[in-house]
Design a binder for this molecule. Sequence first.
Ligand code: PLP
Length: 399
Amino acid sequence: MTSIERLSSETIAAIENAIGPQQEYVLLHRPYLPPNAWKYTKECLDTGWVSSAGSFVTRFEEKLAKATGCQRAVATVNGTAALEVCFHITGVREGDEVICPSLSFVATANAISHCQAVPHFVDVSESRLSICPDALRSRLSKVAKSGADGTVNRETGRRISAICLMHCFGHPGELDDIVEICKKYDIPFIEDAAESLGSYYQGKHTGRFGKVSAVSFNGNKIITTGGGGAILTDDHELADRAKHLTTTAKVPHKWEFRHDEIAWNFRMPNVNAALGAAQLEVLPKLLNAKRELAGLYAEQFSQVDGVQMLAEPADCRSNHWLNCLMLDPNHGSARDSLLESLNRAGYQCRPVWQPMHQLDMYSGCPRGPVDQTESISRRAINIPSSADLAPGWLAEAAE
Ligand SMILES: *Cc1c(COP(=O)(O)O)cnc(C)c1O
């Protein structure tokens, strides 16, 4: 048996042992739609309130604010739109640069680009897969200088108007350090919290450490509205601004159509919000099940040589959105054959995203060293992580 074959069979056995025998192909992450999802959606259909007006949008926003401890939540059509608006309302303008990790879903850089700004990539740390504080510090000490209008990249002459951290697979990033660096350079801090609903850093929900943040409710996220997202903030003025801009900047009036600036129609439809409102009710259950599943995987994989499971960081509570295995550097070349075997064995497993600095449209963007990013991207794979794979799930769901 080659070492790749040994790794494949032990990885398959570890997954099997953790989740038990499965009848069907096991998807990476499938949504759980509780009975109230049917009830609330039917209410939309029965009343005809399926589009962007309707009471579930407000209900969902209020529940979401409560669930995260934020003052306000503004629901949007998807997470990318939410992120774009976050950048816009914190002052990211044409020709600026926004620092972000290269290891993220492409939406992070797309949202920056839609503000006519340029992503500026920094490296991530292997322990959390989010921006590495040392990499950020050394990058800024190399390129940052003080300008009339904030911090400027001395190499490109462009203003650095935001730093965006992404909490990868739900594990909170190194917030204390990153927030401190942002303060030192007086650069607004934004969180791409698309993957981290239900994740806490030192007891405070992710997405509450900067001015604004974005979450996603895409089909594969911890809860889904079909497609959807939200802007989170503790700042009422920014929330009002986000609401205004995502609803065509319409001036409130009973019957008159008046709009006072160029804006977006990014509002979440009511039928989607109905799905979200129902799932927020079961978020604690989902989080418990996902914690249980991650624990079972961790136990199994502690016995497999050549892979490590990405662990919940100290002082954090992770939502364990997607469980992530990291191949040891000497097994990096085994990734694709391992993925082949896992998918053939009935488990949908995927590599992490291709780093964005390797994508054609972003290859020319400014960046610091990205060695960790490149190494991780060759070695990280996600394994099936749906809440209903946890043995405790059936008991909980039956309650
Ligand atoms: C899912 C996701 C988004 C937003 O995605 P949408 O599909 O537009 O909701 C943004 N950033 C990251 C890191 C994501 O995983």
